[in-house]
Design a protein around this ligand. Structure first.
Ligand code: FES
Length: 103
């Protein structure tokens, strides 16, 4: 499966997130406090809300609607009302371009 070019690494501040749409699907790409980049499905598993509108704290994303929390590195649901984990995707930084492995 291909690596897809998503954005420039400069497009995302550290401890921030952007929305990225590709192939009819929505993703969220995060720039972690460790300097690494991460990608999850873009919609909350509780109700289909864009997580990129939420708040990044350390390695967690807080959904803007009901404040459910996920670990964006593993996709794990950490705080109710979310109970279904997010899908995660491999990310690599190639000369300042962020690429996501889409299965
Ligand atoms: S829609 Fe995300 S916690 Fe409810």
């Amino acid at each position: 499966m291909p690596w897809i070019d998503a954005c420039a690494s400069d497009d995302i501040e550290e401890e921030d997130v952007i929305r990225w749409d590709h192939g009819g699907q929505t993703f969220a790409i995060y720039h972690g406090a460790d300097g690494a980049f991460y990608c999850t499905d873009g919609l909350c598993t509780h109700e289909q809300v864009h997580l990129a509108d939420g708040l990044v704290m350390d390695f967690e994303i807080e959904c803007p609607r009901h404040n459910g929390v996920f670990d964006y590195r593993s996709g794990k649901a950490l705080r109710a009302p979310v109970c279904v984990d997010l899908a995660t995707y491999e990310v690599r930084d190639v000369d300042g371009r962020i690429e996501v492995l889409i299965e």
